[in-house]
Design a protein around this ligand. Structure first.
Ligand code: HEC
Ligand code: HEC
Ligand code: HEC
Ligand code: HEC
Length: 225
């Protein structure tokens, strides 16, 4: 009886050893598994990360037809801002109880045509700033009720190209404007600055920043001549 017991125990130990060895051998054959999303988290240069924020929609933007009847232009864009770079006022009615978040993002995160306002909603360049009405205030009136000497300041000009067909320089600072496609692509982009090539997602590969005015240096001649 005792001998049987020892043989039985031995068999169990053998089976366990075979199982453990087999399992670890099978595991060693599997390829090293590194979750893809963790690689992507660190792949872009932090200061340029925003450039790619809407890049997954690039091909959709490219295929969007242009709706000439509801285009925005730069005049309208500037008119709604108290100064260059200032937060635009809200030109439509808003629910008084809401600070923002989903109540605004449902239209402003991805844009799209809104029948009751007869316009495309501009895409917000900063969907992560959810307290919208901290900065954006509703318009109370369209009429000027008191004349003032308020100066809106100047905005940079577009069309600053070294050669006729070279990429224009980015005339504005890009702090809080890292997400290029929010303003430069899709039906709500002002028509003068809507890019013909939203599919080239790495915008800053070709467009360089310059917020200085370009000065003409005249005809260059070497002193010794
Ligand atoms: C039903 C969809 C909808 C909702 C909800 C909505 N908006 Fe709008 N919003 C629009 C549309 C469409 C326009 C463009 C109006 C136009 O061009 O006449 C617009 C324009 C704006 C503008 C002006 C942008 C510019 O460049 O001039 C701001 C700012 C704005 N909305 C902020 C908000 C905020 C803040 C909320 C939430 C309290 C909000 N919106 C909720 C559709 C919406
Ligand atoms: C910290 C202040 C601040 C907060 C919070 C904020 N914005 Fe803005 N927003 C701005 C400024 C400043 C601009 C102008 C950007 C520029 O011209 O560079 C702007 C621009 C916009 C534009 C115009 C884009 C265009 O193409 O004309 C829209 C739309 C907009 N914001 C929507 C929103 C929505 C929706 C929210 C909430 C989810 C929000 N904003 C939260 C400051 C803010
Ligand atoms: C808040 C909206 C907004 C965002 C975001 C934005 N831009 Fe602009 N961009 C404009 C406006 C408005 C103009 C016209 C000049 C001005 O007012 O600064 C312009 C002008 C330009 C021009 C000059 C176009 C021409 O025909 O000369 C280039 C190039 C440009 N932007 C590139 C970019 C790139 C690249 C990014 C992303 C890093 C970007 N923009 C982000 C609003 C924006
Ligand atoms: C491979 C280089 C390259 C990349 C990447 C690129 N652009 Fe351009 N872009 C150009 C050139 C070249 C022009 C001038 C086209 C012309 O004048 O015919 C231009 C012109 C523009 C203009 C002026 C209007 C127009 O379309 O002619 C805007 C606005 C603009 N680009 C924005 C962008 C934005 C936003 C991105 C990123 C989504 C981007 N570009 C990516 C090369 C590039």
């Amino acid at each position: 009886m005792k001998r049987l017991y020892i043989i039985f125990l031995f068999a169990i130990l053998m089976a366990a050893a075979i199982f453990v060895w087999g399992y670890s051998y099978k595991e060693s054959l599997r390829e090293a598994y590194v979750p893809v999303e963790h690689i992507n988290e660190h792949i872009s240069i932090p200061s340029e990360e925003g450039v790619f924020l809407r890049s997954e929609y690039a091909l959709e933007y490219e295929q969007m037809p242009i709706d000439i009847a509801h285009e925005r232009n730069l005049n309208k864009y500037y008119k709604n801002r108290a100064f260059y770079g200032g937060p635009p006022t809200i030109p439509h009615e808003v629910s008084e109880r809401s600070m923002g978040n989903k109540d605004c993002l449902k239209c402003h995160e991805h844009g799209g045509y809104v029948q009751k306002f007869n316009a495309y909603s501009p895409v917000t360049p900063h969907p992560e700033k959810i307290n919208c009405r901290q900065c954006h205030v509703p318009q109370k009136t369209e009429q000027l009720f008191v004349a003032s000497t308020w100066d809106k300041g100047v905005h940079p000009k577009i069309g600053n190209q070294a050669l006729e067909n070279s990429p224009p320089i980015i005339p504005h600072p890009i702090q809080l404007r890292e997400n290029c496609m929010a303003c430069h692509a899709g039906p709500s982009a002002p028509k003068e600055i809507r890019t013909t090539h939203p599919q080239r997602i790495n915008c800053r590969q070709c467009h360089v920043i310059n917020d200085k005015e370009q000065k003409d240096i005249g005809v260059f001649t070497r002193k010794s001549n």
